[in-house]
Design a protein around this ligand. Structure first.
Ligand SMILES: [Zn+2]
Length: 459
């Protein structure tokens, strides 16, 4: 029995997982190095698939899995050295991109959603601890976390959220287990986790209600769970059941509703799921995986239905500059006006513009909102088929110019490509001249390089 755990859980009472809440595991398959996604829900049981896209995974690494904005993100180090972010949404399936910035990664990559950001944390080849943040508004921002001890050269950090804090746990080169965390008002702080036993491999961390768990394989071979709560400080114990963990594997800990799960590759090769729940305490089973796992398993809970998002703004300025893409994905924030789908913030103004144009004999059609999937197709068509061409090349190097996926105002539903009679409008045409004279009074501005493209900010 883990000292203190039951006491701490009682204080917080997270709800049991619902029938469609998923427990999501990612791992690298032995032999093929394919990326495998295995998920459990009460409604469907276990389902496994090989993730169909992305670069080849490096043969000496393991993926990290996270939930960000109702998407499952699996991040990993590719054989070419790129960091890859491959993600799944319910309406678009799998998509992938290279993470474009930051020092070169070594070891395994870990990820978590934190507020409106996706955080990717890893040890750089230089030994630095890197925290790369993605937001829809600012894109990718890499940061070297300056405090704490050096990360052990044979170890990888793990990142999680606990309350309103972002926590990174790792084994330091001197053998210490380090907990480094960020709060919005104080910034970065660090401390040492009191050791139960000498740690080996990688440390895993997870917030669970009002307790914070640090889980690792001890050099003696058992799995250690060290728990922190504000009320009781640090306590440590062993995860009591399950098959023996492989001597070259590290466990991953994740909360799933009111259950605390520890997953790992066993010495026999099984993927083991050991968990604590309030009625039965600790118990364990083997995950009926497809391909045999190599390296380490990573796990996260994926709630369904997703937690509510902030109220959708009707301010087009905020939609143009803020994190509006996932809102648009929901379908609930766009409407069709005439034949054009746009964000609701623009719908009344577009309706006014279309009817005023029609009164002047100009019958406008066109295309507005498009999902990021369609933007990726357009990049492939207009820019080239390499990852570089699709995700990184300048828009102006494409023919016709095409914004990078994630950066088009069409993905936000606040840009329109106007047509007349099915053809995009041209400079000097009656429709173009009409828009030039009147669009501004509906808050729409032309992108000068594309006569047909009008948006709330001219981008
Ligand atoms: Zn356009």
């Amino acid at each position: 029995m883990l000292p203190g755990t039951a006491l701490l859980l009682a204080a917080c009472d997270p709800a049991p997982p619902g029938p469609n809440d998923a427990f999501q595991i990612a791992y690298r398959a032995a032999g093929t190095n394919n990326l495998v996604s295995t998920a459990y829900t009460e409604a469907t049981g276990w389902t496994t698939e090989t993730v169909p896209i992305g670069l080849n995974m490096a043969p000496d690494t393991s993926p990290g899995v996270a939930i960000y904005r109702d998407q499952v993100h699996i991040v990993y180090r590719a054989a070419q050295g790129d960091l890859v972010d491959t993600w799944w949404t319910r309406n678009l399936g799998w998509q992938t991109r290279s993470v474009p910035v930051g020092p070169a990664a070594a070891g395994n990559v870990s990820a978590t959603g934190y507020g409106d950001a996706l955080h990717i944390v890893y040890r750089a080849t230089s030994g630095a601890l890197v925290n790369t943040r993605y937001t829809e508004a600012l894109g990718w921002e890499p940061q070297v976390v300056q405090i704490g001890l050096p990360v052990a050269a044979d170890s990888s950090p793990d990142v999680t959220v606990f309350g309103n804090e972002l926590h990174i746990g790792y084994r330091a080169s001197g053998g210490q287990v380090v907990n480094t965390w960020y709060t919005p008002d104080i910034g970065w702080q660090t401390n040492l986790v009191p050791l139960g036993d000498t740690a080996a491999g990688d440390v895993s961390v997870a917030g669970f209600g009002d307790s914070y768990h640090v889980v690792y394989r001890a050099t003696a071979g058992h799995v250690v769970d060290t728990v922190y709560t504000q009320a009781d400080g640090w306590r440590t114990g062993a995860v009591p059941v399950g098959l023996n963990i492989a001597s070259d594997a590290s466990p991953d800990v994740a909360a799933y509703g009111d259950e605390l799960h520890v997953v790992y590759r066993a010495a026999q090769g099984d993927a083991v799921n050991t968990w604590w729940d309030p009625t039965e305490g600790w118990h364990s089973n083997s995950v009926p995986i497809g391909p045999t796992a190599a390296g380490d398993l990573s796990a996260v809970a994926y709630p369904y239905p997703p937690p509510p998002r902030p109220i959708v703004t009707q301010d087009c300025e905020a939609v143009a500059n803020g994190p509006s893409i996932p809102e648009a994905e929901s379908g609930a924030v766009t409407s069709v006006i005439g034949t054009i789908r746009v964000h609701n913030c623009l719908a009344p103004r577009l309706a006014g513009l279309l009817s005023a144009a029609a009164n002047d004999g100009i019958n406008l059609g066109g295309g507005g909102y498009r999902p990021i999937e369609r933007q990726i197709e357009l990049r492939r068509q207009n820019c080239g088929t390499s990852d570089y061409a699709i995700y990184e090349m300048r828009a102006s190097s494409c023919s016709p110019p095409t914004a990078r996926p994630g950066y088009s105002m069409h993905e936000r539903g606040v840009a329109i490509d106007f047509t007349v009679g099915g053809s995009t409008i041209r400079s000097g045409s009656a429709a173009f001249n009409w828009l030039k004279a009147h669009a501004v009074s509906y808050g729409l501005y032309n992108l000068p390089s594309e006569t047909w493209h009008w948006s709330v900010n001219g981008k």
